[in-house]
Design a protein around this ligand. Structure first.
Ligand code: RAM
Length: 526
């Protein structure tokens, strides 16, 4: 597996605009805390119908009798909290039997899906840090005690294993609790009547995914990477306007990116916020551009000209950098050092996507330029026309009815992004997506809900609502059938155990960029 987005750019110099960062801080949301108790004690069970072949079955002991179970060396139990939770965990523990003649040595494993508990962390040799695996080893010298783990976990299941007690006593557990955390209240959300139970389930799971990712920033995943990524933010913000509509959190995230740009104008792919705001030295081509999209989408949802005026200079510097990569003919010249992301799959050529994504954002940018009265607005509009003309005249192959990439490749992602960028519209867009569906479907080799979102949206935009809805149902619906309580970071229906990182144990099973069905349903089906 290529480690393509591991970038080490320690020489990049970043600006720190303290005024913008102070506004980011001022827009920090209060976190709702909700106590949640487990629904059951369960056991892991092989289940070919569930993700990676693992499900659960009820254990012999009901949850009300949890405190009757005594764990000794090597024995364990699994608590099932009934749904995905993000929060801190605590439990009362006492020793039962002879006096406690040795410490209690516990291992706790937190898992979003059962398969994570079936995997042995010692086998993990992927390229991403194994510190993301949610395991803890704890010694308790004195019982009874309430164990309160300080870390926030993302999970439905927790396995408590007594690595050891002693021959003379057993550890008993009671009052397990998650203090669940989110910037929004999932309980306040109503699922609209869609007249279709499958779509309603998809709606509910996508809203839950979004809620669990809405913390002090829009996190990409509460298990991993627990931070703000611009590409994820763009989709989360759209889903948020359709549901919880927390405007402050979007503003906070825009201020964080705007407050820490590289000196050359580029905007980081992601930022950290603890112990203080720090930009990552990773840059993804279109993630940088999507700052403009988030600003434009926010203004469309909640018009705020002052905010646009304040952040426009940041968008403009980024746009100027990007347009420096566009040649005199209007062709984007991509660079491996500033990769076009599109999807985690490395199996297709992304240069035509990059062209389309630039057009998509430049269109939004020109509108913002006119809104703030930038004297350069017409010049940007001319660049936009030139890029569109290049795409239509050089990249669209009329005989095939499809857009091509270098190397004479015809892939789905290029067609999708050209439709989203409105390079073709109306009947032309419809014909393009029909041709794409006829020649390039079923979708193959695409590994993320992020790209599936764009495929579905392009079908809707092209007027193919039936195809769009059935793809949405088959893709997100299949995750639910495989046991999803929240939607996943990576999912290739042809390779359900795909991981961008070499092992699914570090995959995130509650991931921001998969939350978009709520947005798609509101925009195109309600
Ligand atoms: C991963 C994260 C994140 C995504 C990037 C490109 O590290 O899952 O969500 O935006 O990849």
């Amino acid at each position: 597996m290529a480690e393509f987005n591991v970038q080490i750019n320690q020489d990049v110099v970043f600006n720190h605009d303290e005024a913008l960062l102070a506004k980011a801080e001022a827009n920090t949301p209060a976190i709702h805390k909700t106590p949640v108790v487990p629904a059951a004690i369960v056991e892991l069970a092989p289940d070919a119908t569930k993700q990676d072949g693992w499900g659960t079955v009820p254990a012999a002991t009901p949850i009300a009798e949890l405190d009757t179970i005594g764990l000794t060396r090597g024995k364990s139990l699994i608590l099932d909290f009934g749904d995905h939770q993000v929060g801190t965990f605590s439990v009362d523990i006492e020793s039962v039997g002879s006096p406690m003649d040795a410490p209690l040595y516990l291992k706790l494993s937190f898992a979003e899906i059962p398969a994570e508990l079936a995997a042995d962390p010692a086998d993990y040799d992927g390229w991403l840090s194994k510190s993301w695996i949610q395991d803890e080893y704890v010694h308790l010298d004195v019982l009874p005690a309430r164990l309160e783990l300080p870390r926030r976990y993302s999970f439905r299941y927790v396995r408590i294993e007594a690595v050891d007690t002693s021959l003379k006593w057993a550890a008993h557990f009671s009052n397990p609790l998650v203090m669940a955390e989110s910037a929004v209240d999932m309980g306040a959300l109503t699922v609209p009547e869609l007249g279709d139970p499958e779509l309603e389930a998809i709606y509910r799971v996508s809203a839950k995914t979004l809620a669990d990712c809405m913390q002090e920033v829009f996190e990409d995943g509460p298990k991993r990477d627990r931070r703000l990524w611009l590409g994820d933010l763009r989709l989360q913000a759209l889903a948020n306007y359709a549901t919880f509509d927390n405007v402050e959190l979007v503003k906070r995230c825009l201020y964080l990116f705007a407050g820490m740009t590289a000196e050359d104008g580029r905007i980081s792919a992601n930022v950290f916020t603890k112990p203080e705001p720090v930009p990552d030295d990773t840059f993804l081509f279109e993630y940088s551009l999507f700052f403009t999209s988030v600003l434009s989408d926010l203004h469309a949802a909640h018009p705020d000209l002052d905010l646009v005026r304040e952040l426009y200079p940041v968008a403009k510097k980024q746009m100027d950098y990007t347009l420096g990569m566009v040649d005199a003919d209007g062709r984007l010249v991509t660079s491996d050092a500033y990769p076009v992301f599109v999807d985690w799959s490395h199996e297709f050529n992304k240069d035509t996507c990059g062209q389309a994504e630039t057009i998509y954002v430049l269109r939004q940018f020109v509108e913002l330029a006119r809104l703030v009265g930038d004297a350069d607005a017409d010049a940007y509009a001319a660049r936009l026309e030139q890029m569109v003309a290049y795409a239509r005249e050089q990249l669209f192959v009329a005989e095939r009815g499809l857009f091509v990439t270098t190397g004479e490749e015809f892939n789905i992602a290029s067609q999708v992004w050209m439709v989203l960028a409105h390079v073709l519209e109306g009947d032309e867009a419809r014909a393009l997506m029909e041709r794409a569906a006829a020649e390039l479907f079923p979708v193959r080799g695409i590994a993320t809900p992020y790209m599936y979102h764009h495929v579905v949206e392009a079908l809707f935009e092209a007027g193919l609502a039936g195809e769009a809805t059935s793809l949405m149902k088959s893709y997100w619906g299949k995750m639910i059938a495989l046991g999803a309580d929240t939607f996943w970071e990576a999912f290739d229906p042809d390779k359900p155990d795909f991981s961008p990182y070499g092992s699914p144990i570090v995959n995130s099973y509650c991931h921001a960029w998969s939350c978009t069905p709520v947005y798609l349903i509101h925009k195109y089906l309600l």
